[in-house]
Ligand binder design. Structure first.
Ligand SMILES: NC(=O)c1ccc[n+]([C@@H]2O[C@H](COP(=O)([O-])OP(=O)(O)OC[C@H]3O[C@@H](n4cnc5c(N)ncnc54)[C@H](OP(=O)(O)O)[C@@H]3O)[C@@H](O)[C@H]2O)c1
Length: 260
């Protein structure tokens, strides 16, 4: 009989929120499978975490926007008799540009990573969580999930998918022992801004971004409690509440102004 060791799979673990989650979860004694595109960075992180926290950590580099790479990641996990007890779908990116002139290749990559990879990995690892009657899934959305996002339209729409999918799945799994947490950060200082071309230092000062450590701690706590929706920061929670009473056309105008 095969013996399986339980692990947490974190996507996008080479930087930002994913990296901080890896450090935090290692410090709590979780074994980790770390994935992202940066092979060397991931290998170094895994080595450090093993050394500092006496856990098992495996780095599997993969561009998760590609189906073949996701299959390779899954096959490697299966080949090593690893059981995924916690899945953190964190990898994602945005792009600040008018849709009309945006790169379709980039839009496709964003959809493939933010939506398809998250859906694929959840579908793959959920059945074993369900049969063992325990498991945690955390999907990283954004407060962008709650509003239309002119000039970042595909990104905001992708996060609306993550929110809707997570809330629906949490309901399907009610009472099963498997929980689904949708983490919604507001602005966070990370590699995100540079990749999204969203690098205005004045605006970043006004937005008062949270740190990746704050997000990792809040996300981890919320996930372990089995919270369905975890919006980080009091002001963000108030804003999301107010959005219920605001016409979406007005919200779209305001978001467009912010992005301009
Ligand atoms: N920062 C914010 O203001 C903010 C706000 C709300 C929500 N979020 C969400 O939070 C999540 C984490 O973002 P972050 O702020 O930590 O950004 P980040 O610092 O840019 O980190 C993104 C991570 O995803 C990985 N990644 C990117 N493309 C990938 C691909 N094709 N395949 C596999 N891994 C890939 C990156 O590693 P490699 O480059 O090595 O692949 C990196 O580890 C994202 O889903 C983002 O949408 C961020």
């Amino acid at each position: 009989m095969k013996s399986f060791t339980p692990y947490t799979l974190i996507t996008g673990a080479s930087g930002g929120i994913g990296f901080e989650l890896a450090v935090l979860m290692a410090s709590k004694g979780h074994n980790l499978v770390l994935t992202s595109r940066s092979e060397e960075k991931l290998a170094n992180i895994a080595r450090q975490l093993i050394k500092n926290h006496n856990i098992k950590a495996i780095a599997i580099p993969a561009d998760l926007s590609l189906a073949a790479n996701r299959e390779r990641l899954i096959n490697e996990i299966r080949a090593q008799n690893i059981e995924i007890e916690i899945l953190v779908n964190n990898a994602g990116f945005g792009d600040l540009s008018a849709f009309e002139t945006s790169s379709m290749a980039k839009n496709q990559e964003m959809i493939d990573l933010n939506i398809t990879a998250l859906t694929h990995l959840t579908r793959e690892f959920l059945p074993e969580m369900r049969s063992s009657k325990s498991g945690r899934i955390m999907n990283v959305a954004s407060i962008a999930a709650f509003m239309p996002g002119p000039l970042m339209s595909v990104y905001y729409a992708s996060k609306a998918y993550v929110l809707s999918f997570g809330e629906a799945l949490a309901q399907e799994l009610r009472g099963s022992g498997v929980t689904v947490t949708t983490l919604c950060p507001g602005p966070v200082a990370s590699g995100f801004q540079e990749r999204a071309d969203f690098n205005d230092p004045t605006l970043m000062k006004i937005l008062k971004p949270a740190t990746t450590t704050q997000l990792a701690q809040y996300g981890y706590k919320s996930m372990m409690k089995g919270k369905r929706l975890a919006i980080h920061g009091r002001m963000n929670r108030i804003m999301v509440f107010m959005l219920r009473f605001s016409p979406r056309s007005v919200v779209a105008r305001l978001v467009m102004k912010l992005h301009q």
